[in-house]
Structures are given as C-alpha cells and as structure tokens.
Write a protein that binds this ligand. Structure first.
Ligand code: SF4
Length: 283
C-alpha cells in the first residue's frame, strides 16, 4: 500500500537542455510559457530551422509522483519511483509521514508486530519488507540511549546492534536472519529517537524477509500482550528487590531506571531481560 501522502500528476521538461528540470502541471501550477505555444521559436535554445509547430518539439511530458507532506515538492518520474519507500510499507517509517500522521504527538494506528524474547519487535508488510526496533519495555527501562552502534548493516545476517546506556554496553541480537538493506542512519546522530519513538522514527533495521526464517519463534497477538505484562511485573520484582525508591507508587519502575541503578545492577538486569546467550545460528 502506498503512503497516503503520495501524490501523482503530470510534469513537463525540456530535453534540449543538459539539466532536466521537471515542472508540475495542473491547477495552481505555473503556465507553460513559451514552450506550449507557437512562440517557442523565440526561446534561445531552439534553432531557427526547427519548424513551425504550435508547441515546442523539445517539450516532454511525464507522469510523476511527489510527496504531499513535504514543504518542498520534489518530482520523481513514475518510472523511477517504484522502488521508493513511498510506494510500499516503508512509508510508515518516513519522518515526513510520522510528523503528519501524528499531529500533536498522537499515537500510531495499531499494527501487527512480532516480538523477540529480548525485546526487539519485527513488522513485515505484504511485500515482505521488514522493520526492526526495540520495544517500549526496553525504551522505558533505558530512558535514553547515549550511542547506537550497528554491527550489521547490509546483507543476509541476524541484525546486531549495541546500545550504550550510562557507560554500559547493551549488545542486542535479533535471533533470525533477514536480508538487511538499510539501517536507520539518523539514529547515530540522534540516539534519543530510539527510546522517544521506539515504534516509529526510532526503528533500527530495514530488510527483506527470508521465508520460513525471519519470523520463526517470535511472539505475536494476545500472547505478546500477556508476555509484555509479565515482563513488566518481572522487572518490577527485579528492581524492587533492593531499590524500592526507584519504583513509583504501585511498584512500577520509573522511566529510565537503568540510568539510576548501580552499574552491577544494570548489567544484571540486562542479562536477565536482553541477553541472547544460548541462541543458535539459523544459517
Ligand atoms: S516522502 Fe514520506 S510522507 Fe512523503 S510520500 Fe514519501 S513516504 Fe509519504
């Protein structure tokens, strides 16, 4: 399904000049000027002997797509737009889409996500395009992340990343392989996205599903809801054991509790909830 902000139209350009500049046609667009009238012969690019037509023979028209959410209209010929994220499920992770789709900080529409036992999520669209990120449980526990280092960036791998939280490294491994085609490069310069918007602009990996492998063993649906609730209770017990003051009323750990715990406790909590020890390679 294409992005709801994707627009289509017709544009024209002159193929007699070295740099192609597309100009959108239609209501509100600029008129054709000399090019669409017999006056085109007054244009400096046209040779005098280039005949007498009612519009310039160098004028070309193409079907284009452009983003209706962006303040800058960048026209992309239809023939070149089919691999863009705007035409597939990847649009849900575009910054322009997220800004327009969530006015005033509203949440995203519910989506069918699958979870790993170490708190990563996976979304797979109808074409098999996958996105992976950390879940809200991990985001709440970390509060903020100081640095994100990708250990795998392209190719067929189990995606791996390391988060630096208050001087402690949290290596995270997605248990199954996929064909990674991109990582979220914005997150390197702005790691706060990871925990501020873990299901949207804080995504980590994009790639293609390997049928029979990428989703294997992941938790979804009602089972995921129950598991998430159990994990929050388990965390409350783990923190509450020695650090009651780090829990709000009702025993729920405060957001960012990992930044308040002694280092040894952070390592212990990481090993209890995010470690991937014992997983076997699936390749
Ligand atoms: S740039 Fe983003 S918001 Fe605009 S059409 Fe593409 S996916 Fe949608």
């Amino acid at each position: 399904m294409p992005c709801p902000f994707l627009r289509e139209g017709r544009a024209r350009y002159c193929h007699a000049v070295p740099v192609r500049k597309l100009i959108l046609e239609g209501p509100g667009a600029a008129g054709g000027g000399l090019c669409t009238t017999a006056e085109y012969r007054r244009c400096g690019v046209v040779e005098q002997e280039e005949g007498a037509a009612d519009r310039c023979p160098h004028l070309e028209e193409v079907h284009v797509q452009y983003c209706g959410a962006s303040p800058v209209t960048k026209l992309v010929p239809f023939s070149e737009s089919q691999t863009s994220p705007c035409t597939g499920g990847g649009y849900k992770y575009c910054d322009s889409y997220l800004t327009r789709a969530r006015p005033h900080g509203a949440g995203l529409a519910p989506r069918e996500l699958l979870y790993t036992s170490n708190h990563l999520w996976l979304e797979v669209d109808e074409q098999g395009l996958c996105h992976i990120g950390v879940d809200g449980f991990l985001a709440d526990l970390a509060g903020t992340v100081d640095r994100v280092t990708f250990a795998t960036e392209r190719g067929r791998h189990r995606p791996a990343v390391s988060l630096s939280v208050n001087e402690v490294e949290w290596p995270l491994l997605f248990p199954n392989s996929l064909l990674i085609q991109a990582v979220n490069s914005h997150i390197r310069s702005d790691p706060a996205r990871l925990t501020a918007d873990p299901y949207g602009s804080g995504w980590l990996f994009e790639g293609w599903e390997i049928p029979g492998k990428t989703r294997a063993g992941l938790i979804g649906g009602e089972q995921a809801k129950a598991w998430q609730a159990e994990e929050r209770e388990r965390l409350a017990r783990a923190i509450h054991a020695g650090q009651e003051e780090l829990c709000a009323d009702g025993g729920v750990p405060v957001r960012g509790v990992a930044r308040l715990l002694p280092r040894a406790d952070v390592v212990r909590v990481f090993q209890q909830f995010f470690s991937n020890a014992g997983w076997l390679a699936d390749e």
